[in-house]
Design a protein around this ligand. Structure first.
Ligand SMILES: Nc1ncnc2c1ncn2[C@@H]1O[C@H](COP(=O)(O)OP(=O)(O)OP(=O)(O)O)[C@@H](O)[C@H]1O
Ligand SMILES: [Mg+2]
Length: 245
């Protein structure tokens, strides 16, 4: 696979952990020595909250690359905020092919795309411009129910010119470890989608939510303990990418 490898975190459902997964994926890829760009397709612009060393003062015009504004979020991780760019107008309502071409021409190892919680132009674009799509799904019956629709929407993007786009897996998130409901959903999900489901299931940890105040950090042992589950996910993801070529 030619670098940069573009991976999109998607689900039409809101609040399932797309932004958190995208941010921790960027964090652990950077820790492995890769150069990472995060493309935030969501107007809420929340990826910077986890990633920017100081999100309140992050400069939105530090570096111009063509029309696209690329900022450094932290050492080794850059960020494009869709919604703050002149280029939005250029791409709005058009196919994602040109935007993909632009991104594939940039000098990064990985580009992580954070999709919005909708089935709209931005989310189709975010899916269709990628090499690999991860469906992020909460460990709840209603989330499981909506997976078929997520699969359909990937097919739509593929038909609209995204023949390069492959589903790489489904990541289950926000598991309440004390809940029998969640355990049942995890078991059923693995039965329904045995090949696609990642073995790693991301548990709910208050430390992770707290990192929306501090930014992602692994300085303390308690931090590492809460977030290393995302490292397991990245390991699995990289293995799958290698197998897919
Ligand atoms: N594993 C986790 N443990 C604890 N809190 C989490 C975890 N994952 C996500 N959260 C929290 O849950 C909320 C929703 O997560 P997030 O913003 O990543 O979801 P999203 O799918 O991107 O939402 P949206 O659809 O609004 O873009 C956030 O407050 C986030 O900090
Ligand atoms: Mg989000």
């Amino acid at each position: 696979m030619n670098k940069p490898i573009v991976i999109t975190m998607t689900n039409h459902k809101g609040g399932v952990g797309k932004t958190t997964t995208a941010s921790f994926a960027a964090f652990y890829l950077q820790k492995r020595g890769y150069k990472v760009l995060v493309v935030d397709m969501d107007m809420q612009g929340q990826a910077r909250i986890y990633l920017a060393d100081d999100p309140t003062t992050m400069d939105y015009s530090s570096l111009k690359n063509g029309d696209m504004v690329i900022n450094q979020a932290r050492e080794g991780i850059d960020l494009i905020q869709f919604g703050n760019n002149a280029i939005d107008l250029q791409y709005a309502g058009k196919t994602f092919v040109a935007f993909r071409k632009y991104l594939k021409g940039l000098d990064y190892d990985f580009i992580i795309v954070d999709n919005p919680p909708a089935y709209d132009t931005n989310s189709v674009m975010g899916t269709g411009l990628s090499d690999y799509v991860v469906i992020v799904s909460q460990t709840q019956r209603l989330s499981l129910e909506s997976i078929e629709r997520q699969l359909d929407s990937i097919e739509v993007a593929q038909k609209k010119g995204g023949s390069h786009t492959k589903l790489i897996g489904i990541l289950q998130t926000l598991e309440d470890v004390r809940s029998k409901h969640d355990k049942k959903v995890i078991a059923l999900a693995k039965k329904l989608y045995p090949e696609i489901m990642f073995n790693t299931v991301i548990q709910h940890r208050t430390k992770i939510k707290d990192m929306t105040y501090t930014g992602i950090t692994d300085k303390l042992r308690a931090d590492r303990k809460a977030i290393e589950q995302y490292d397991n996910f990245i390991e699995e993801l990289l293995e799958r990418i290698e197998v897919n070529g």
